[in-house]
Design a protein around this ligand. Structure first.
Ligand SMILES: [Zn+2]
Length: 391
């Protein structure tokens, strides 16, 4: 039995991210149409050649893109850090320690409260065109609270990441080695069934290279694939470790040596840049240009979290990447869609190609360039996720 089909026609500019189609790295097609069959893209091509379908949607000459793939977010938390942000904007510098505030509030929250918070953020992101979002634990830091965070996250996305090694739990402040034992032992046992990925904050004030290696190796042993918070606040071993262990992604990549850049360029590890963090902490941005020129695959993501980057807007990240990180609008849009899909090792999202999941973002604009050209302007006209019109 066939499903219902929808013809989206009158697309002024279609970003396919499919080199078999259109022009440039975005596979741009003008005057295009897309046929959605159930949850899948069934046809892509010139509007004039589009086949008939059960239903018809006229895009009115506007731009259609793959839904954004946000491959780095921390959404399972409770509490409010407005005051901390306010203080920081008055001149104090960010340190990893602020996470403890959120840990206390998250532990005190009910399951229902955390679940509602995640649902709210996923919906908020969807309204802005994000149809795939990754979600980390990391604000529980006990066996029970980390497993709970991942159980709740898994109700909202298949892209769940075990981040017991976000910071050393306050109870282990005098015994970080004991905490690493917990993270690689009992906590991992409780979390692995609910997680696809394992992550570690490899940073001064969090976990050093040896500790990070132990955390990632234990996760790999349990069938999780690594991704790493690497080289955000300082130079360090995170990127090299990510590449060495075959991580899907090294995230932040703000402080990179030439050797780090070369390692990323020569590997399948994606460099995921999170400009919301630098924006919100008044820090130096990573260089997208340097990584792209070296041949690395670059993703853009929000790092949505209450401490250092409380935005769910991929459009905002695109605008900052273009303004501050040397990326062209085409590169930034690719990184926010196909780049995120690479970072999550997903071939079914991040492109508009026959067989891909029907995750589509229609802009109230004639071109994807408007995402950078019109910063802060809500440009979402419609969003389909798995073929379902959500916005
Ligand atoms: Zn993060």
């Amino acid at each position: 039995m066939s499903t219902r089909t929808t013809l989206i026609t009158g697309i002024g500019s279609l970003v396919t991210n499919d080199l078999g189609h259109g022009t440039g790295p975005l596979g741009l097609l003008a005057d295009a149409a897309v046929v959605v069959d159930g949850d899948t893209v069934a046809w892509v091509g010139p509007a004039a050649q589009a086949p008939a379908a059960d239903e018809r949607f006229d895009a009115g000459g506007r731009a259609l893109l793959p839904g954004f793939v946000d491959s780095h977010a921390h959404l399972v938390f409770a509490g409010d850090r407005t005051a901390e942000f306010n203080a920081r904007m008055s001149g104090q510098s960010y340190s990893a320690g602020g996470i403890r505030t959120t840990v206390a509030a998250t532990r005190a929250a009910s399951d229902a409260e955390l679940d509602a918070n995640v649902a709210g953020f996923v919906r908020e992101a969807l309204r802005q065109g994000t149809t795939t979002i990754e979600c980390k634990s990391g604000y529980g830091l006990t066996v029970e609270d980390e497993a709970r965070a991942l159980r709740i996250a898994a109700k909202h996305t298949p892209e769940t990441t075990y981040l017991g090694a976000h910071i050393v739990a306050p109870e282990y402040a005098e015994d970080p080695a004991g905490y690493v034992d917990l993270v690689t032992g009992e906590m991992l046992d409780a979390c692995a069934p609910h997680a696809r990925w394992v992550d570690v904050f490899c940073e001064k004030g969090a976990f050093d290279g040896d500790q990070a290696r132990a955390v990632l190796a234990a996760g790999i042993e349990r069938g999780l694939t690594p991704r790493v918070h690497a080289n955000q606040l300082t130079y360090g071993p995170g990127v090299q470790l990510a590449v060495e262990l075959g991580a899907a992604s090294a995230d932040h990549c703000t402080h990179l040596t030439d050797e780090d850049v070369a390692a990323l360029a020569g590997s399948a590890t994606v460099a995921t840049l999170l400009p919301g963090a630098e924006f919100s902490t008044c820090a130096e941005y990573p260089s997208g240009r340097r990584l792209l020129d070296a041949g690395a695959v670059v993703a853009l993501s929000t790092d949505c979290n209450p401490g250092s980057s409380f935005t769910s807007s991929m459009a905002f990240c695109i605008a900052v990447a273009v303004r501050e990180m040397g990326m062209t609008p085409d590169e930034a849009v690719w990184s926010a869609t196909a780049g995120g899909a690479h970072a999550l090792r997903r071939s079914d999202v991040g492109s508009v190609a026959v067989g891909s999941r029907a995750d589509l973002l229609l802009l109230d604009a004639p071109s994807h360039v408007h995402l950078a050209y019109r910063p802060g302007v809500p440009l979402t006209a419609a969003v389909w996720r798995a073929g379902v019109r959500e916005v």
